[in-house]
Design a protein around this ligand. Structure first.
Ligand code: GLU
Length: 476
């Protein structure tokens, strides 16, 4: 008889366990630690939506606020059949820690509605989203200075625009209304680069992790991304952009992509853009030409590769399947993809785990830029762009005079051009990911070696949140 592996898969318990592992290293008042760990408030509600005169449906919705040590609180909005209160609370907690790690001055929150958005028409989705938002407004679980939702699994720019518009309708004349939600379309108060931000952050985070020969040597890896192979579970917003940006790095091959219905593999590297087009056309990645399709989604774990990126949901890598993993680096783009039991097994095997609360923080980082832009009522770069162009012109002119010839036209255009919003966003994001990684690395490898990079990341987060509480005069 096969042995049944017992593992607590309650996501909220898992995040608490991760917290406790780090808290052991800290000399912080236990009452303060309990306060930080607890989810402060959760709003659970049911709301009816009328789709036609004869057809009503009742939906279950949540918005959890994990910590208000900084305000507003921030976090995505999940539309999925799997949504439940424990999940939303766990995700809200992860938002608190992630924001602290990347120095985004927000507390953590998360919301969601339990339903499958794929089964509804755009009109129906609009009704559900607006009704959900109205409920958040009623209880002040949304607002530019209180609680700022963003996108998550099952939601995107369209839903964020509906939420912003609903909020605006209920707050006529509110000058900062647009800052009530992030991830909006650029034409409606959004910011360039937000859609790609989580995937971009994953690319920057992994690139930084591959810069330290001493860390990579025990894994048998050379520094730099050149020549590395990547497998990704999930081809949604995060997985797709992570795949796209990593495949654009010199010499990186994305050799496998897994989705809910199949896995496609190609040893010399998948063409990510073509795969995306194929999925748009056929509704699935399966049978992508010139690649191998495996109809067993869990076969994604068996593919030998350097970097494995879970970019779907929580609790994907468990005690049941972790032995199948052959990757040297596990780069967590999803929230909570690895259970503590699986993490222990992988560590014992020497796998490097780049933790979610750092690696997927690019989304909320760029949301922070969007929020700031909305509050300033000005596009990034507007003030300095022209000034920088004038300076650059002068500099290029001086160089040309000095070397006695004109620079190549393309180089010149690049050098002279002042920064656009997207340049500033990406540069701010890269700086954020690089310095956050260096901080985690410092704590994990150098200061007082911790069990894992996750523990180091939690230590940093807990210390920052504790400091904020102390500055607020609570727990002095
Ligand atoms: N869903 C994103 C995350 O899990 C955050 C969304 C946002 O608030 O920008 O990090």
């Amino acid at each position: 008889m096969a042995t049944v592996i017992q593992e607590d898969l309650n996501f909220n318990h898992i995040v608490s366990k991760q917290f406790d592992r780090a808290a052991q290293y800290l000399k912080i008042n236990p009452a303060l630690l309990s306060q930080i760990k607890a989810c402060n408030n959760v709003y659970y509600f049911q709301f009816p939506v009328r789709f036609s005169d004869s057809h009503y449906e009742i939906f279950e919705g949540w918005r959890a606020e994990h910590s208000q040590h900084r305000k507003p609180v921030k976090g995505g909005t999940r539309f999925s059949e799997l949504v439940n209160q424990d999940e939303i609370m766990a995700l809200a907690a992860l938002m608190t820690y992630k924001c602290a790690i990347v120095d985004v001055p927000f507390g953590g929150s998360k919301g969601g509605v339990k339903f499958n958005p794929k089964k509804y028409t755009p009109n129906q989705l609009e009704k559900i989203t607006r009704r959900f938002t109205a409920e958040l407004i009623r209880k002040e679980y949304i607002g530019p200075g209180e609680n700022v939702p963003g996108p998550d699994v099952g939601t995107g720019e369209r839903e964020m625009a509906w939420m912003a518009d609903t909020y605006d309708t209920f707050h006529p004349g509110g000058i900062d209304n647009l800052a009530c939600v992030t991830g909006k379309p650029v034409s409606q108060g959004g910011i360039a680069g937000r859609r790609e931000a989580t995937g971009r952050g994953v690319q920057y985070g992994i690139r930084e992790a591959f810069r330290y020969p001493d860390d990579l040597k025990p894994l048998g890896l050379t520094p730099g991304l050149e020549g590395k192979t990547v497998v990704i579970q999930g081809f949604g917003n995060v997985g797709y952009y992570a795949a796209k940006f990593l495949s654009e790095e010199d010499g990186v091959r994305v050799i496998g992509i897994g989705e809910w219905d199949s896995v496609v593999t190609k040893p010399d590297g998948l063409d990510i853009e073509a795969l995306n087009e194929w999925r748009k056309g056929t509704g699935s990645i399966k049978n992508f030409p010139n690649a191998k399709t495996n109809l067993k989604p869990e076969s994604v774990w068996d593919i030998p590769c350097d970097i494995l990126i879970p970019a779907a949901l929580e609790n994907q890598i468990t005690l049941e399947n972790c032995d199948r993993i052959k990757a040297k680096v596990l780069a967590e783009a999803a929230n909570g993809p690895t259970t503590p039991g699986a993490e222990d097994v992988l560590h014992a095997r020497g796998v490097m785990i780049i933790p979610d609360i750092f690696l997927n923080a690019g989304g909320v980082t760029v949301s922070y830029f969007e929020w700031g832009k909305n509050l300033s009522h000005m596009r990034f770069g507007r003030l300095q762009k022209h000034l920088e162009e004038i300076k650059n012109q002068k500099l290029v002119g001086a160089i040309e005079r000095l070397i006695g010839k004109e620079l190549d036209r393309e180089d010149k255009n690049f050098l002279v051009r002042g920064p656009e919003e997207i340049d500033l966003v990406n540069s701010g994001l890269e700086e954020t990911m690089v310095s956050a990684y260096q901080h985690i690395r410092d704590v994990h490898y150098l200061k007082a070696p911790t069990d894992s990079m996750r523990v180091a990341a939690f230590i940093i987060a807990i210390q920052k949140v504790a400091l904020a509480y102390e500055q607020l005069g609570i727990f002095p």
